[in-house]
Design a protein around this ligand. Structure first.
Ligand SMILES: CC(C)(COP(=O)(O)OP(=O)(O)OC[C@H]1O[C@@H](n2cnc3c(N)ncnc32)[C@H](O)[C@@H]1OP(=O)(O)O)[C@@H](O)C(=O)NCCC(=O)NCCS
Length: 149
């Protein structure tokens, strides 16, 4: 298993893994296609991927959204590979990368009942800083986690 910064050639596989984990009751507005990922990669978005036997089994997107404000998005690991620390490694790699770019703050959002994700963010130094009632979808609350680099 190796973790690396993705390049354009990984776009299709990245779109596929994001689609595998799409939470339609959460956001699901963007259509994750190869061209969507390629477009994001061209400007202020960096994807880190975990590869097992040359197949992408995990990914995270780091977006620079303002001068020194960043967001972590689409963190996911295929079910067969969970609970082995892969998401933690992906997240840590993205955080180190953003710190290296002199970014000041990282925000991440997930569903308020997503215990695994919230634990993971807290373990990597994020704190809960916002609670959004029925934000993207009716009936689904969202939390924002934040970390200063
Ligand atoms: C949330 C998600 C990314 C976590 O992925 P993961 O690779 O299983 O995460 P990790 O392995 O790094 O950590 C998860 C747990 O495994 C444990 N773990 C890590 N390494 C381990 C090992 N070698 N052996 C056993 N357990 C281990 C961690 O301690 C953690 O457990 P804890 O919550 O009890 O502390 C994954 O569940 C997922 O893809 N979910 C669907 C998408 C999603 O909800 N994404 C977040 C939205 S932002």
């Amino acid at each position: 298993m190796k973790i690396m910064l993705a390049t354009q050639k990984d776009s299709k596989e990245i779109a596929d893994i994001i689609k595998r984990h799409a939470q339609d009751d959460y956001m699901g507005y963007a259509t994750f296609s190869e061209s969507y990922i390629k477009g994001k990669m061209k400007k202020n978005n960096f994807f880190f991927v975990a590869e097992d036997n040359d197949k992408i089994i995990g990914c995270v997107r780091a977006s620079i959204v303002d001068i020194d404000l960043t967001e972590i998005r689409t963190l996911c690991v295929d079910e067969a590979h969970r609970k082995k620390g892969i998401a933690t490694d992906l997240l840590q790699k993205a955080l180190d990368f953003l710190k290296g770019k002199n970014m000041r703050k990282v925000a991440a959002r997930c569903k308020a009942d997503n215990k695994e994700a919230i634990r993971l963010f807290e373990k990597t130094g994020f704190e809960k800083e916002g609670y959004f009632k029925e934000h993207y979808r009716k009936g689904i609350d969202v939390v924002q986690m934040g970390k200063f680099l």
